[in-house]
Write a protein that binds this ligand. Structure first.
Ligand code: B12
Ligand code: SF4
Length: 374
């Protein structure tokens, strides 16, 4: 690695005799003397070396950004709390296979999301290991889950907002659907961030245009109307449907189990397919119900061609199959999502759920139940 050593870096104070005589200490000092190293790693990481490291680890693009960047004020406290002394955030993007994401077969799309998730976690962990071996403190929060569930649902549960970091580092810009669109790979990227306690010789620059072409296909694809034409995003509508088998939807399902009088009552509330799907999400990585906004997005230089060639064919082969799919949509009672889903997608059954956000109404006591059944 090439990196400039700061002039006048303080030298280590002398070690107590007992510590200096320890075999491990002597081995470390001998190794450093042999390599001609001073105390600690170079204070500035070489940007070209770092980028090569990220690409070799499995990332498809990477750039660093200072934690002092003005757009990262909201990331400072969480980053310092996860890794005290963090100076730089390293943003990485991992590509996804487009037609897998677009498939109406949920198992295919979910497999793609989870494989890319794993690849990104592996890449970030490898980079963290290499930085550690070069003498830095570094840390890689997860791409998706696990997150900090002791904070759920009152505070933010993610350690780093990968989108915010990626945008500040110049890997892309958020599109109308609020996913980061990479200028080349489009929306088909997952993001991950490595925290490190050193500066980097060169930081990424934000893109000077937005790759989103404002086609609004994401608006048309979302089955619960979570994305408005003006870019407003209804995160609760998205979470209630798309994350039906994640933390809040799971809580709602568990409440249903608890509230059921017996097996027959449970099966009148939850279909066999829903029970099997919940089992699948509990036994393998949890399944997203949608993600259609990302799937239909034609933005990005590598993605745009077929849309430009024949927009009708793009709509018929990419958007329509997702719109036509018969699938249950999960909505909060009285929500805009409920009204939207019923109006726009009458062929998709709409199911009211509490979403697990609110505690259920107080359970009936045993005396209440006896009175009801007698
Ligand atoms: C929270 C979260 C969600 C939430 C909220 C989405 C959102 N727009 O923030 C929900 C559950 C809805 C969600 C869904 C999806 N997500 Co998500 N999600 C995250 C997470 C953990 C943090 C997002 C974040 O930084 N938010 C803060 C700011 C930057 O986002 P924002 O859009 O400006 O702010 C809005 C929301 O955050 C919301 N909000 C604020 N606080 C809270 C709290 C809760 C509990 C909720 C639900 C929402 C919410 O209100 C804000 C205003 O609209 C990241 C992983 C990570 N650690 O970064 C992945 C991430 C953003 N998700 C990702 C993906 C792929 C998806 C899905 C496609 C999953 C799927 N397969 O279906 C969908 C797409 C939905 C969409 N159009 O955004 C990718 C995006 C990749 C990219 N190219 O940008 C990320 C970066 C994961 C990753 N490591 O790659 N996600
Ligand atoms: S689908 Fe169209 S409007 Fe939506 S984010 Fe992609 S380019 Fe922008």
């Amino acid at each position: 690695m090439t990196a400039a050593r700061a002039e006048g870096q303080p030298t280590r104070p002398p070690l107590p005799a007992r510590l200096a005589a320890h075999p491990s200490v002597q081995a470390v000092l001998a190794r450093r003397a042999e390599a001609g190293e001073a105390d600690g790693p170079p204070p500035v990481i070489d940007a070209a070396w770092l980028r090569e490291l990220c690409l070799a680890a499995g990332a498809d693009d990477a750039a660093a950004v200072s934690l002092d960047h003005p757009d990262l004020t909201g990331e400072r406290e969480p980053a310092q709390s996860a890794l005290p002394g963090t100076r730089t955030l390293i943003a990485m993007a991992v590509r996804m296979n487009r037609d897998n994401c677009r498939s109406p077969a949920r198992s295919v799309a979910n497999q793609e999301f989870h494989q890319a998730d794993e690849q990104a976690n592996h890449a970030a962990r490898s980079v963290t290991r290499a930085l550690q071996d070069a003498g830095y403190r570094a840390l890689n929060p997860s791409v998706g889950f696990p997150q900090e569930m002791d904070r759920f649902p009152r505070e933010r549960i993610w350690v780093v907002a990968h989108k915010t970091v990626a945008v500040a580092a110049g890997l892309g810009v958020m599109g109308l659907h609020r996913n980061v669109i990479h200028p080349k790979f489009g929306s088909f990227v997952l993001l991950v961030t490595v925290l490190v306690d050193a500066e980097v010789s060169e930081y990424g620059q934000a893109l000077d245009y937005n790759p989103c072409i404002d086609c609004k296909l994401c608006v048309a694809a979302c089955p619960v109307g979570a994305i408005a034409k003006d870019g407003a995003f209804d995160a609760l509508a998205c979470t209630t449907h798309n994350y039906r088998e994640f933390m809040s939807g799971f809580t709602d399902w568990a409440q249903t189990v608890a509230d059921s009088e017996d097996a027959a009552d449970y099966r009148s509330r939850v279909s066999d397919s829903e029970s099997a799907s919940m089992w699948q999400s509990l036994s393998s990585p949890p399944g997203y119900k949608s993600g259609y906004c990302l799937a239909v997005c034609p933005a990005g230089e590598d993605v745009l061609g077929p849309y430009l060639d024949d927009r009708k064919s793009f709509m018929d082969t990419v958007l329509r199959p997702l719109q036509d799919k018969k699938e249950t949509l999960y909505v909060l009672p009285g929500s805009h999502a409920q009204e939207y889903a019923r109006r726009r997608f009458p062929h998709k059954p709409v199911k009211e759920v509490t979403g697990g956000w609110q505690p259920p109404a107080r359970r009936s006591t045993s005396t209440d139940r006896e009175t009801r059944t007698s």
